[in-house]
Ligand binder design. Structure first.
Ligand code: SF4
Ligand code: SF4
Ligand code: SF4
Length: 354
């Protein structure tokens, strides 16, 4: 019987693949643990970090598996001594690019480079670390850019340009002065950045840090609670990172539709209202132009009486309900029920800003 066309040999085993897949994708589909730092799912391969190198029979040198299309009959080896040594060297070079001291880094415990260094036992860095040419940018209220920890993997650029298509950042300068830049190398705040935070979520190290989450807990201290963003009707899936009962960070859920990890500025950064001391927790009744706190029974009795009085005096069409896109479907259902069945009116709408 003829062999299926799309078959290659992976670490001695015959495996099938789909046309257009890279060697990295084929290996991952078949459980071969090829590491990668720069690869961003759904984006063009850059081969920037070279951590995903593999040995391919007949190739003159090791190749970055993210850049090589799988081909029938190919013989790929993912964990030979040569491959491991090359990965170790590349990890060491990445570590030597900046200030990778980990202890005070916000990414400690959730850093691809740190995990790779641990897995590949890169315990010392033999190369001199260049001085960082660029000071940390912390001028805006959302994202800190720590250039001393950037490994120039380019994931942020791909996240911004290929995933969000905002085209706010790109690679700038050359050689030791290379840097991720906005147009005109302006701070984020003065650039085309819309603060969606896609770059923040894509950064595999501690070079992009969420400002309001900084210092509020280590990854292993957080409980991740999956939920649906309440800001609009798209229904983006997200994780609330909760520490001691408080939401300290929000990230998109890359595994779920409809957003596949992406969020907008409101969903990603607009969670400070949850624990705001300015939130109303008790009903307020206006008397003589001023508000006074009241109990729920008193407040509900008052609004019920006033609704009745208005309906008796002016008819049901004098009443309307305005609810919020940030409330749950169930809450909005109950609101329309109150307006239609309780008031006897059909005047029900929502305001996205409520
Ligand atoms: S970016 Fe990663 S490797 Fe570098 S200091 Fe932070 S945790 Fe350590
Ligand atoms: S926050 Fe969004 S728009 Fe701004 S640089 Fe990052 S990905 Fe681009
Ligand atoms: S900021 Fe992060 S994602 Fe962007 S190039 Fe540097 S290390 Fe990579």
């Amino acid at each position: 019987m003829a062999e299926p066309t799309n078959v290659l040999t992976l670490d001695g085993n015959k495996v099938s693949f789909q046309a257009g897949q890279t060697v990295l994708q084929v290996a991952r589909d078949h459980g071969a643990p090829i590491p990668s730092l720069c690869h961003l799912d759904g984006c063009a391969a850059t081969g920037a970090c070279r951590v995903c190198v593999v040995e391919i029979k007949g190739a003159r040198s090791l190749v970055a598996s993210c850049t090589i299309p799988a081909a029938p009959g190919m013989e790929v080896w993912t964990r030979t001594e040569k491959v491991i040594q090359s990965r170790r060297l590349n990890i060491e070079l990445l570590l030597s690019m900046g200030r990778h001291d980990c202890v005070t880094c916000e990414a400690n415990g959730d850093c691809v480079l740190q995990s790779l260094a641990y897995e590949y036992r890169v315990e010392t860095v033999r190369f001199a670390r260049p001085e960082s040419h660029y000071p940390t940018e912390a001028a805006n209220p959302m994202i800190i850019r720590d250039f001393s920890r950037c490994v120039l993997c380019g994931r942020c650029v791909q996240a911004c340009n290929e995933v969000q298509v905002n085209e706010a950042i790109s690679h700038g300068f050359r050689g030791a002065r290379s840097k991720i830049v906005t147009k005109g190398d302006q701070p984020y705040e003065q650039s085309d950045c819309v603060f969606c935070g896609e770059c923040l979520q894509a950064c595999p190290v501690g070079a992009l840090v969420e400002k309001q989450a900084k210092g509020r807990g280590r990854p292993w201290e957080m409980q991740k609670v999956k939920t649906t963003c309440a800001y609009c009707g798209v229904g983006c899936q997200m994780f609330l990172h909760v520490r001691n009962g408080r939401v300290v960070k929000v990230t998109g859920d890359a595994q779920s539709e409809p957003n596949h990890g992406s969020l907008c500025v409101k969903g990603r950064f607009g969670y400070d209202f949850i624990h705001s001391p300015e939130r109303l927790t008790k009903p307020l009744i206006r008397e003589n132009g001023d508000f006074r706190e009241a109990g729920w029974d008193e407040a509900l009795d008052l609004v019920t009486r006033r609704f009745r009085e208005i309906r008796q005096a002016h008819g049901p069409d004098s009443l309307a309900g305005l609810t919020s896109a940030r409330a749950t479907n169930e809450e909005n259902y109950l609101m329309q029920k109150l307006v239609r069945a309780g008031f006897g009116a059909n005047h029900i709408d929502h305001c996205a800003r409520l």
